[in-house]
Design a protein around this ligand. Structure first.
Ligand SMILES: *Cc1c(COP(=O)(O)O)cnc(C)c1O
Length: 401
């Protein structure tokens, strides 16, 4: 078989599984932890990650879309799969066929699901949905004043059943956020409304699905669990970033000594899952005065040795890293010199002994004692780890190690 162009990602599925088990233990036994694998498992590769998470005990998976749900269903025949991005028009039959659970908030979504359920001869309550409440993000979810109209769909004879009431916190990475308090208050108003309007004869919601990694690690998980129990619901968190070994940052940061116990444990025990690698394809010596890359944004002030690496912005290596970042080769940092090209970049290896074609280059992850974190990439480009991971392009092979 022909070897690939050397630009690939290694996925440590055991680290992913350890992270899932750690997350579960931090959440406590009462709280269900959905493993969020949207956007191709945060760029880590859904087909590698989803079965590993299920093997580690994940019962629930969260995906973006019905098409991602169908991919997840192909490798995880028994998992419950939530389509977090909502139902798109025309997808209801596929949602039913693949046994996906859509998050819903608009009446047209419910109408399409009702029609598809009728076509599929589903009995009362046979089609679970997660009803999303807009508690302040103005993105997805039903606003409080539209909630009664939405609830009118869930009659006792309807094929639809509210399995979970969910909302998304938009500021749980802000310590003691007043925004979160307001969101929780609105969520309680929604629960009050559901309690008053939802027919007693219809199946009752089972889950209260609120909070992501930051809520778990920032100390809100206990409060959310208590809220669920007060409403006779079971608490569910939807965990993404932490599974992939990254501890979210809090703004402002907690003071040392004042950090929530879960945050400390996560910081010490979460393990990185992804290592993005390439290798040196060519090395050259250039005289002083040589320019490097498009527009000659770097000029050699003295004779240099430079290494060509087949990774560029089409692979997800952000062009803003040009002249502004370094990668690891032979256990040392080598500055990125000149502009990152579409398919290539150039490293200054003048100071690194013996670099030659075939040497492994680490773009994100560890080699020897050197480590490049997703946050380091993010900070260099004004981004966040979520984007750094999901930007790694589809042509970069994901390999389980
Ligand atoms: C992405 C996402 C999550 C997971 O968030 P993390 O911060 O990565 O843990 C949870 N809920 C919803 C609705 C999401 O879109």
């Amino acid at each position: 078989m022909m070897p690939n162009r050397p630009c690939w990602v290694e996925i440590n599925t055991r680290a992913l599984q350890d992270n899932y088990r750690l997350v579960r233990s931090l959440a406590g036994s009462e709280t269900e932890c959905m493993a969020v694998i949207k956007a191709d498992a945060y760029g880590h590769g859904l087909q590698l990650c989803a079965p590993a998470l299920v093997a580690a005990g994940a019962r629930w998976l969260g995906v973006t879309s019905a098409e991602e749900g169908a991919t997840a269903r192909g490798v995880c025949p028994t998992a419950r799969i939530l389509v977090m991005g909502g139902l798109f028009s025309g997808q209801a039959p596929a949602v039913i066929a693949q046994r996906l659970v859509p998050s819903v908030w608009d009446r047209w979504q419910l109408s399409e699901l009702e029609a598809a359920a009728q076509q599929a001869h589903l009995g009362p309550g046979a089609l679970p949905v997660h009803l999303e409440i807009d508690t302040g993000m103005s993105r997805q979810g039903v606003a409080l004043d539209h909630l009664p109209a939405i609830l009118s769909h869930f009659t006792s004879g309807s094929p639809l059943r509210i399995e979970a009431v969910m909302t998304h916190l938009y500021a749980s990475d802000e310590a003691n956020s007043a925004d979160t308090a307001v969101q929780i208050e609105r969520l309680e108003q929604a629960l009050t409304c559901i309690g008053a309007v939802h027919p007693a004869a219809a199946p009752q919601p089972e889950w209260l699905s609120v909070g992501a990694s930051a809520a778990l690690l920032g100390g809100e998980a206990g409060e959310l669990a208590a809220l669920a129990v007060r409403w006779n619901l079971r608490p569910m968190l939807r965990i993404g970033l932490a599974l992939y070994g990254v501890t979210p940052r809090f703004q402002p940061p907690f003071e040392t000594g004042n950090e929530p116990a879960n945050l400390l444990r996560a910081r010490n025990q979460l393990r990185p899952v992804l290592t993005w690698k390439s290798s040196v394809s060519s090395v050259r010596s250039i005289p002083a005065g040589s320019e490097i890359g498009y527009n000659g944004t770097f000029t050699a002030g003295e004779p240099m040795r430079v290494a060509l690496v087949p990774a560029g912005y089409a692979d997800g290596l952000d062009r803003h890293l040009s002249n502004n970042f370094s990668l690891v080769v032979r256990g040392h940092r080598a500055p990125l010199v000149g502009r990152v090209s579409m398919d290539q970049c150039v490293l200054d290896v003048t100071e690194i002994e013996g670099v030659e074609p075939g040497d492994e280059v680490v773009i994100l992850g560890s080699q020897g004692g050197e480590c490049i974190s997703a946050y380091e990439h993010a900070d260099a480009t004004g981004s966040i780890p979520w984007e750094v991971f999901t930007r790694i392009g589809p042509r970069v092979l994901r390999i389980a190690v």
